[in-house]
Design a protein around this ligand. Structure first.
Ligand code: 5AD
Ligand code: SF4
Length: 516
């Protein structure tokens, strides 16, 4: 059973006293703490998919009146989870900086700290509650500090209830659909003493023109939000709402602007990028069309994540095969190698369909690198089912896989299924899968021994500042010795040694001129 279910006990509504109500929400008192609730998450509503059209808004996000509010003050955002969250944090940074706040790395001098949270597995949630525990001490020392919790966990009723009753030192809770409201929520928290809760249970419209504070020469660009797939184990369709695509002209304008600013690599983001355009009234413009337009922009590397095998159509493969700045790396989560398990997961494809798709992709793009996500220990997964996952790994020859033990998420259909696989078995399966993956990753690296690869230099390596680290077009990690000025540039590196999860090499050329 999901541990989450127990959280209901934290919140006894009979104890909550409504003090006042106005057109924006209600103020309650709970164990001495006043809480202003503008809106609350509701998983039942999050599940519904309405028919209403999505409007696009282009207004300024931070009004003049709030632009001085953060002057002389500092902020930190701690981000948990996926690239979508990382990118949302860039938007929050952009909003806070337009309010005058400056970024700091030192939490002791921060005036506002936000936790942008992830709900995908229980251990992600445990980390956030652990961090909140640490921040409590800081808040006790400096009561003026504003603490906010946002992101996917905020979209869960049990989490919001738990924070309202057990972590009352938190000042703001907001969700994934109303990030643009951050400046107003910060204002409310600064001028009123109560905790402010504003979590929309339904996705809103698309808000364009939000300021974004990107770092480095690699940028993320959202092409769509939400997910309608409802895989039975997954919380994302509830926390991120229904699929909404940004208009092609808005996406293209943003990519062009990043190209103009000298960005070297962009990653197009969506929970299910292959569903791009399905929500447009005339359904003729798809992800393939978008990629075909974007590839004409003079920007050296274009990636995308994450794709769903079900919607990966032939036109998209045709476009990706044109390569150029479209890199030959596709992340294609399979989740399981067993058609029976895939059915219970409601993935809407079979093992055979997945393998057929892989063959098509490999035929069109012979140098393609495929990576994947796999869940082990899904309810009802037998040894035979798991062996099918192992054999699929061998058959496809993935170059990397992100592997997870199934974690029940409250409110999802799989959480109701009997979880009959003992934890030791799940751990053992994960261990075997990872060992196999390590072999494949090493084999993939071995093929590159002696070759010269194009590397976009990202940073100094974590463990040795004399060593630089970067990535190939296929996203392989490369370490080599070079001067710091190369960070953000393309170089050629000859592969001299290989490890399981990275490559060592020697610099062949200094900076390369790239054109796409
Ligand atoms: N338990 C374990 N892994 C999960 N994922 C999504 N939901 C769960 C869950 N409940 C994994 C999937 C997905 C990746 C982002 O996280 O493999 O592709
Ligand atoms: Fe979750 Fe499935 Fe949507 Fe991916 S496609 S976000 S796994 S529901």
């Amino acid at each position: 059973m999901s541990k989450g279910k127990d959280y209901a006990k934290y919140f006894d509504f009979s104890q909550a006293k409504v003090i006042s109500e106005d057109e924006n929400g209600k103020k309650i008192r709970l164990s001495g703490r006043e809480i202003y609730i503008m809106s609350e998450p509701n998983q039942r509503k999050e599940k519904q998919r309405g028919k209403q059209d999505i409007q696009v808004h282009y207004e300024e996000a931070v009004p003049e009146t709030l632009r001085e509010l953060g002057k002389g003050k500092r902020y930190i955002i701690y981000t948990f989870g996926c690239q979508m969250n990382e990118h949302d944090s860039e938007t929050m940074s952009g909003l806070l900086e337009q309010m005058g706040y400056e970024k700091t790395e030192d939490r002791k001098e921060a005036d506002i700290i936000l936790l942008n949270t992830c709900a995908i597995r229980e251990n992600a949630e445990d980390k956030v509650f652990g961090e909140l525990g640490h921040l409590k001490t800081l808040k006790l020392e400096r009561p003026g500090l504003i603490l906010g919790v946002c992101g996917c966990m905020s979209q869960e009723e049990n989490v919001v209830n738990r924070i309202m009753s057990k972590h009352q030192f938190v000042d703001i809770i907001f969700g994934t659909h109303n990030i643009h409201r951050l400046p107003f929520l910060v204002r409310d928290a600064l001028f009123n003493k109560e905790m402010v809760v504003d979590v929309w249970s339904k996705e809103g419209d698309i808000i364009e023109n939000l300021p974004k504070k990107r770092a480095g020469m690699r940028g993320w660009v959202n092409i769509m939000y939400g997910c309608d797939k409802f895989c039975t184990y997954c919380i994302v369709p509830y926390t991120r709402g229904k699929e909404r695509s940004r208009l092609p002209e808005d996406v293209i304008a943003e990519v062009r602007e990043l190209a103009r600013q000298g960005y070297k690599e962009i990653t197009l983001l969506g929970q299910n990028v292959n569903a791009y355009g399905k929500d447009f009234a005339d359904r003729t413009y798809t992800f393939g069309h978008l990629m075909d337009e974007i590839r004409t922009i003079n920007l050296p590397r274009i990636r995308f994540t994450t794709s769903h095998p079900r919607d990966f159509d032939d036109h998209l493969i045709e476009v990706l095969a044109k390569q150029g700045n479209l890199v030959e790396h596709i992340h294609l989560p399979v989740q399981s190698g067993s058609s029976e398990v895939l059915k219970k997961m409601s993935r809407k494809y079979t093992r055979e369909h997945y393998i057929q798709l892989v063959h098509k992709i490999k035929a069109a793009i012979p140098n393609v690198s495929l990576t994947t996500d796999i869940i082990v220990g899904f309810p009802g997964e037998t040894d035979e089912h798991f062996e099918e996952t192992m054999s699929l790994m061998r058959e496809v020859e993935f170059e990397q896989a992100f592997t997870f033990i199934y974690s029940p998420r409250e409110g999802t259909p799989a959480a109701q299924m009997e979880d009959n696989v003992p934890m030791e078995v799940k751990k053992e399966r994960l261990h075997r899968l990872n060992a196999l993956m390590k072999d494949f990753s090493r084999k993939g690296n071995e093929k590159l021994l002696g070759e010269t690869v194009e590397v976009l230099v990202e940073s100094e390596s974590k463990n040795n500042e004399l060593v630089l680290s970067g990535r190939t077009r296929t996203n392989r990690l490369v370490h080599f010795t070079g001067s710091k000025e190369l960070i953000g540039q393309f170089v050629h590196v000859q592969v001299t040694d290989i490890k399981s999860f990275y490559i060592k090499g020697e610099l062949v050329t200094e900076k390369m001129q790239m054109s796409s």
